[in-house]
Write a protein of this length. Structure first.
Length: 531
């Protein structure tokens, strides 16, 4: 008789069986609804406390690590991921249902390794430290690691690029020389375990402290609240549901611990009349593709579209409806995802929205939902602005028909904080006068403003802002994508007043440590030495 063995956890520099787990769980193949064979432990409070202690003990050793060691680790990790890409892509497909060739292998895995290599370059160049030197007062300051490990909660929708053990938060925390406690998403635990094996191999080869990276798959909710608020923790990065994120934020805030959240976003799109007159069909095609990409399970999915009432708006609705009817349902990540989407739709319908396409789960053994369009008037949105901005995480969007320009501006004023906001306008300037009135209102409510393109692509660029005002994130001043800005979430500012030169960090000594690091010396950006 075959005995099923629970997968090991990575604790204090070794893979081992979980000690006294309080339960187990299995992921399911979302395309079939069938449980996958691997069994994973739910860690106990004692095990979580052990992980915190081990990470804390590794903190100083990682703080003292040379930037080149951090860079070498990240680059080696990227190489190992590419060497095992076939296995990783297959496992991620089994756990998420995301397309293997076009999404996982062709897009997300290369993005992940590119992200790791960009992080390695940032570690090597030290650009995140932003040294400032005042020679007259002999005061010098730089960003430095936090005084404790970083907890990272991975989301369900990006098994590689946002994974707790390979994604942007992970890379940013390591570049800032902080140990990482990774909490796997229960939707793809085996993918996470495989990535952790490669990360740990790269860690051992690089000579960094053995507990610089640890992995747990799951733990009780109350233990998670204790984890993010523990005195030894430096900060937390969380991507996931608004409800869970706000509970964690409450616990962390009470303890004075930084926590960076990505929670909810409907990414409003405003389509102006000139754009509809000029290229209605093109915009409808772009919208349909964006809304249904990955079964709509993107944090930048266009969930709200504001357009003028009347013949042009109705023509756009018809064009979009036709395309939605022709789009095959994609795979949702879990049964809970289906249930959450049904609940969100009930909220929208109860507050004045009407379904014009889709609106129900697909009839199959797997998890899926028909591409869904809803409509409501601008007046209804203004009367029910909070409820009609409920995020429906899936292939779903609500079209709002505005009666006139002033109503469209008022809608923009009622928009909650979002990751992105988009304005489509006439390419020849026909909409420019109204754009100038609309843009400032939308600009204040989104992290990234787009013109004439759908928001679903998030490029790994130093200029990228994958953040925004609440409730998109927990703080409008930070981004989870884009280096060096993403790194600074996991740092603290160290100031040195009249400290002897030989005792200063290398970034603050008179000689530029790399010859290329930009520093502010007596108010001037320079790559030179202190003269």
């Amino acid at each position: 008789m075959n005995t099923v063995i629970e997968q090991p956890v990575l604790v204090a520099g070794q893979w081992r069986a979980a000690r006294n787990p309080v339960g187990t769980f299995q992921a399911a193949n979302p395309a079939t609804g069938t449980p996958l064979p691997a069994i994973f432990p739910v860690s106990s409070r004692d095990e979580v406390l052990e992980v915190i202690q081990a990470a804390s003990l590794a903190t100083q050793g990682l703080h003292d690590a040379a930037p080149e060691k951090i860079a070498a680790f990240l680059e080696r990790f990227a190489d190992l991921i590419e060497a095992r890409r076939e296995e990783l892509v297959l496992q991620a497909y089994l756990e998420t249902g995301l397309p293997q060739a076009t999404r996982l292998d062709g897009n997300e895995l290369p993005r992940t390794t590119n992200q790791l290599r960009q992080a390695a370059q940032a570690a090597r160049e030290r650009i995140w430290t932003q040294p400032v030197i005042d020679t007259k007062l002999n005061i010098r300051a730089t960003f430095a690691p936090l005084s404790g490990p970083i907890v990272i909660f991975g989301p369900n929708n990006f098994p590689f690029a946002f994974n707790a053990i390979s994604g942007g938060d992970f890379a940013a925390a390591l570049v800032a020389r902080n140990p990482v406690i990774a909490k796997a998403n229960p939707g793809h635990p085996e993918t996470t375990r495989l990535l952790a094996e490669l990360a740990f191999q790269a860690l051992q080869e690089s000579g960094l402290p053995a507990a610089s990276i640890q992995l747990l798959y799951h733990f009780p909710d109350e233990v998670g609240l204790e984890l993010v608020s523990h005195p030894l923790i430096g900060a937390t990065g969380f991507t996931g549901s608004k409800n869970a994120g706000l509970q964690l934020k409450g616990a962390a805030d009470r303890a004075g611990k930084p926590i960076y959240l990505e929670l909810s976003s409907i990414n409003p799109i405003f389509i102006l009349p000139g754009a509809l007159e000029e290229r209605l069909d093109t915009i409808a095609s772009e919208f349909c593709a964006s809304c249904n990409m990955g079964a709509g399970q993107f944090c930048t999915n266009p969930g709200l579209v504001v357009l003028p009432a009347g013949p042009l708006g109705e023509a756009f609705l018809q064009a979009a409806t036709n395309r939605f009817h022709q789009t095959q349902p994609g795979v949702l990540f879990s049964l809970r995802g289906v249930q959450n989407l049904e609940h969100a739709l009930r909220t929208l319908l109860e507050h004045g929205a009407e379904i014009v396409a889709g609106g129900h789960p697909q009839e199959s053994s797997g998890y899926g939902f028909t591409p869904t369009l809803l409509r409501a008037s601008g007046q209804t949105l203004l009367q029910q602005s909070e409820a009609l901005q409920t995020e429906a995480f899936g292939p779903t969007s609500l079209l709002i028909f505005s009666a006139h320009e002033d109503q469209m501006l008022e809608i923009a004023r009622r928009i909650e904080g979002n990751l992105t906001g988009t304005i489509y306008s006439h390419s020849g300037g026909q909409d420019d006068t109204f754009y100038q009135r609309l843009e400032p209102l939308l600009r204040a409510r989104v992290g990234r403003l787009l013109n004439d393109k759908m928001p679903t692509g998030v490029a790994v660029s130093p200029a990228m802002n994958h953040g925004g005002p609440f409730p998109a994130t927990g703080h409008p001043g930070f981004t989870s994508v884009g280096l060096p800005a993403a790194i600074r979430r996991f740092t603290q500012l160290h100031s040195y007043d009249n400290v002897r030169p030989q005792r200063l960090p290398a970034e603050l000594q008179d000689k530029n440590p790399t010859g290329r690091l930009w520093r502010v010396i007596d108010g001037t950006w320079t790559q030179g030495d202190v003269s």
